[in-house]
Design a protein around this ligand. Structure first.
Ligand code: PLP
Length: 421
């Protein structure tokens, strides 16, 4: 459920008309709903409530500091994968003891900064990383709390590019070697084992792969405890999928996910950490764009928008579907006709939808891409020297720009000429 609904024939974000925002900030722009962010965070918190838990928002899904601050103020922790994300979480006021550091290629500089700034735990993904972290922590006279990310060899049955829990994927240490590597971790200076971590993929629409992975995690917990390790936290990763279309069958709800977690892991006396990104932010955001031209091609029509693949790359990168709706509600029963919806970038891949049945739309009309709050703005680039588009946050009948569109002067000022020119 989200808070982007038609009211009096116009699409609103909560109590604000998206057309009013478009007039104020220009198109294209991202717009997020505070109420939807809150609701999705709380669904997870409630689903896990009977167990000690921490919901760590996956910052890579949407890293705007205002979004992070809102979630942090609700009590969320943060899952970061770079020093930049760590600094964003800290700038949002989230204390180090609620920040988990994930990622397959943490550098020593990143480890040092997080240890000095305060960190809840590092989710370590390999033996070389374990050694590096041990050295860095030891040299600082610090102790790094760690989990090992264990690859359970479970196929998440999701898009090839976002499945992470099969043995051929680059993530984590193999389950079969976990005991040996935990033993190694326990011997290294500067480290303290606190738990186990898994993350098997993103946009999962079925609970079965999660359950298979968490069952392996429960078995591993018992084994590692028998080996003498203190397993007090289980980090279950993120990955719960969202409905990208109104029509197709619904992915599992956080409530069902929570019930499964309690059933599989509830009797282990561990604190549960989860790292949802998409489910919290995805349907909490839309991208609003304007039709620049309607072009009649041979056998097909094109709607050319002022938004492009550099603003929202998911269709080009994953073949992802986003519902695209007019800001003005179509008359009931209006005939739909297929169009290709494209951006202005010089690549055929800059296509948002092919032969999408749409109500009549003409140059100047405004449209919204739904489900654009996660992996949208964060993946944007300035390809074709198109400025990063602004982000707007709505709360009730208020809205505010939470990242402004850069000017061309700002963009050009980042390039410098070498001294010989
Ligand atoms: C991407 C990622 C997440 C978030 O995944 P979602 O599908 O957005 O919930 C969580 N944890 C790790 C380690 C990740 O890489």
């Amino acid at each position: 459920m989200d808070h982007f609904l038609y009211r009096d024939g116009e699409l609103h974000a909560e109590d604000v008309s998206l057309r009013d925002i478009a007039q104020a900030v220009g198109t294209p722009f991202y717009c997020y709903s505070t109420a939807t962010l809150t609701r999705h965070y709380q669904l997870f918190a409630e689903a896990l409530a009977p167990l000690p838990h921490l919901v760590c928002f996956a910052v890579k899904a949407n890293s705007n500091v205002a979004v992070l601050k809102h979630l942090g103020d609700l009590g969320a922790g943060m899952d970061v994968v770079s020093l930049g994300e760590y600094l964003r979480a800290r700038a949002a006021g989230v204390p180090g003891e609620r920040i988990v550091f994930s990622g397959v290629g943490k550098t020593r500089a990143e480890m040092r900064a997080a240890l000095e700034g305060g960190i809840r735990q590092f989710n370590v993904e390999s033996e070389p990383e374990l050694e590096a972290l041990s050295e860095v922590a030891d040299s600082l006279g610090a102790t790094a709390p760690i989990t090992l990310r264990v690859n359970p060899d479970v196929d998440a049955r999701t898009h090839e590019k976002i499945a992470t829990g099969r043995k051929e994927d680059k993530f984590g240490v193999p389950l079969a070697r976990a005991r040996e590597i935990y033993a190694r971790a326990a011997r290294l200076p500067g480290l303290r084992v606190v738990g186990i971590d898994m993350h098997i993929g993103s946009q999962l629409t079925d609970l079965a792969p999660f359950e298979a992975a968490y069952t392996r995690m429960a078995d591993l917990t018992r084994l590692l405890r028998a080996d003498g390790h203190e397993i007090e936290r289980l980090d279950l990763g993120g990955g719960l999928g969202i409905p990208y279309t109104r029509s197709n069958e619904a992915p599992p709800l956080p409530t069902d996910y929570g019930a499964m977690v309690r059933r599989v892991l509830g009797d282990l006396d561990c604190e549960i950490e989860i790292e949802p990104g998409r489910l919290i932010a995805g349907n909490a955001g839309v991208l609003v764009a304007q039709v620049i031209y309607r072009k009649e091609g041979e056998g097909r029509d094109f709607l050319i928008l002022d938004a492009a693949m550099n603003d929202l790359i998911r269709p080009a990168m994953y073949g992802a579907h986003h519902d695209i709706v007019p800001l003005t509600e179509p008359e009931p029963g209006v005939a739909l006709a297929p169009v290709d919806i494209v951006g202005p970038v010089c690549e055929t891949g800059d296509t948002f939808a092919r032969q999408r049945p749409m109500p009549p739309l003409a140059a100047g009309d405004l449209v919204a891409f739904r489900s654009a709050g996660a992996y949208g703005a964060v993946m944007a680039s300035e390809y074709n020297t198109r400025p990063l588009i602004p982000e707007v946050l709505v709360k009730g009948d208020h809205f505010a720009v939470i990242r402004a569109r850069p000017t061309f002067d700002e963009i050009l000022a980042r390039d410098t000429l070498p001294p010989w020119m």
